[in-house]
Design a protein around this ligand. Structure first.
Ligand code: SAH
Ligand code: SF4
Ligand code: F3S
Length: 489
């Protein structure tokens, strides 16, 4: 195939701009329902194989399902074998430096593959591709990459692949600012659990966080589209859905024509015949009373809330721009516990925010004790270029931060153990997810509160709900015995 000379290839070099990514415009959000892949692109992947490596959060994992859906409509088939792959995509995460380091390390390995097989198409997508500095680094230091596309450009992938096959230059298309929502994108889902986006982007701009720059402004999917998707997943036999958004409690804030918020959405989804519904992530700021009231109705709404706190100290929370205080957070926790007494709370915490003193860190430890989280994701603060916190003075040595992280985790483990021990002797409902990693005779499943339970049972129970009596519960795993199966299907 020859390159078409009349085409303007400069339009396929649109790198991201940090200045644009910071802006929040007032333009209306358009929802597109007319997505389609042109016939001529549907043959491009015939007899070819794809492989995608995904980093980061569930949003990214779900984007990978969309990318897989697109590639398969173009004729590509999946492979786990890198040598067999004709296209390899890295769907990247930018949230901390070590996530980025992994990807640059991987690019080093992929260079050898590309040298051995020049027809291999190498692409980088996801949150790192939204960063100006990353794209500059790839174009200058990793010129063997064929394609970079952003989180707002996923629907453009079929066209971009075609361009990458024809072009001698690296194809880069990253829109920094994009309000539109594209419905009807194909998605490749497997198993018994499905992710469902309810909104995109983030307007919170916590001072340490890169996500508002990599995912654009907050925009909610229309309730009718979310509900139709959930109904369809129920019809297809999925057992659990996870509603996704960077800040699901801001759902609907951007609707101008209707007054419909996350609590309303949950109340409507509650009536759909899908056995388990979860959501992530909730920002404490927008967690309103109506939502608590709806969650307390339980049914298919699980009694587990992931409620990132980040810090227990008001000065740090202020400098993080979290827009709530320790007291607000604790008040919210008390309200939730009162309405849902058996609720399980988990959280995210950052230690070593610039200038965090020992006393300020102690406030986080004391908050952890006060709330009694079941588990938490804990991170050492990682400066992200372009965010306000990266400019703040930081005089805390790294070893001190590591020691604080260790202490925090030790405290958290005490509570995880306590909460697991509470389960001893109880019979709980478990959705069986599959065989355990190390022993095919042992099954792994999750409780309503999202705790992982292992028990002996037959493969035919995968995808079923069973009752399991908890017999052992040390810190990191819970062992049970099958009581009676299945309870419902
Ligand atoms: N939208 C979600 C979080 C997305 S990022 C929310 O607001 O809860 C997931 C977690 O990564 C955050 O909760 C935070 O704890 C952590 N994180 C984000 N930026 C970070 C940084 N620069 N350094 C360390 N941890 C960070
Ligand atoms: Fe990042 Fe804060 Fe938005 Fe979460 S709410 S994605 S931590 S800016
Ligand atoms: Fe990472 Fe982007 Fe998710 S930065 S955490 S993949 S939204």
């Amino acid at each position: 195939m020859t390159k078409q000379p009349e085409k303007d290839y400069s339009i396929y070099f649109q790198p991201p701009s940090l200045t644009d990514a910071k802006k929040r415009g007032k333009e209306d959000i358009t929802v597109h329902y007319d997505f389609d892949i042109p016939e001529e692109l549907r043959e491009l992947g015939k007899d070819k194989f794809y492989l995608i490596q995904t980093y980061g959060c569930q949003m990214n994992e779900h984007d990978t399902e969309t990318i897989m859906g697109l590639l398969e409509q173009m004729g590509y088939r999946p492979t786990d074998d890198r040598k067999r792959a004709d296209i390899i995509l890295l769907n990247t995460c930018a949230v901390r430096e070590n996530a980025e380091d992994k990807v640059f390390g991987e690019l080093g390995h992929l260079k050898h593959l590309k040298t051995a097989k020049p027809s291999l198409l190498l692409g980088v997508c996801g949150c790192m591709s939204q960063e100006e500095a990353v794209v500059n680094r790839i174009t200058t230091k990793h010129p063997f990459v064929d394609l970079i596309f952003g989180t707002h450009n996923i629907h453009r992938l079929p066209h971009l692949i075609k361009e990458a096959y024809f072009s001698k230059e690296m194809v880069v298309e990253v829109w920094s600012k994009e309000g539109d929502i594209i419905e009807n994108l194909p998605k490749k889902r497997e198993g018994i659990k499905a992710w469902v986006n309810i909104m995109y982007g983030c307007d919170k701009f916590c001072t340490y966080c890169i996500v508002p720059y990599t995912r654009g402004k907050e925009r909610s999917r229309r309730p009718e589209d979310v509900i139709a998707e959930v109904r369809d997943l129920a019809r297809q036999g999925f057992k659990e859905i996870m509603l996704l958004g960077q800040n699901v409690n801001a759902y609907g804030k951007d609707f101008e024509d209707i007054n419909y918020r996350f609590g309303d959405l949950m109340d409507d989804i509650r009536k759909i015949d899908i056995p388990r519904v979860r959501f992530t992530t909730s920002h404490p700021r927008d967690f309103d009373d109506h939502l608590i009231e709806v969650l307390a109705k339980k049914g298919n709404l699980m009694e587990h809330i992931h409620l990132p706190v980040q810090s227990g100290n008001n000065e740090i929370l202020k400098r993080m721009s979290r827009k709530y205080t320790r007291e607000h957070y604790l008040e919210l926790v008390a309200k939730i516990k009162k309405a849902i007494p058996d609720v399980v709370l988990t959280t995210d915490i950052i230690v070593g925010f610039p200038g965090e003193t020992e006393e300020q860190f102690e406030d986080t430890v004391s908050l952890v004790k006060e709330v009694g989280y079941d588990s938490a994701f804990t991170f050492i603060y990682s400066p992200r270029e372009g965010t306000p916190a990266a400019e703040m003075e930081d005089n805390i040595p790294y070893e001190v931060k590591v020691a604080r992280l260790q202490r925090l985790n030790d405290t958290l483990n005490v509570f995880s153990k306590k909460s697991n021990e509470k389960l001893l002797g109880q019979t709980v409902e478990v959705l069986v997810e599959g065989e355990s990693k190390n022993n095919p005779e042992v099954l792994a499943g999750r409780t309503r509160t999202n705790k992982l339970v292992h028990f002996v049972g037959g493969k035919e129970l995968v995808g079923e709900f069973v009752h399991v009596k908890i017999v052992e519960a040390p810190t990191f795993y819970i062992k049970g015995e099958l009581v009676k199966a299945p309870v419902k299907s």
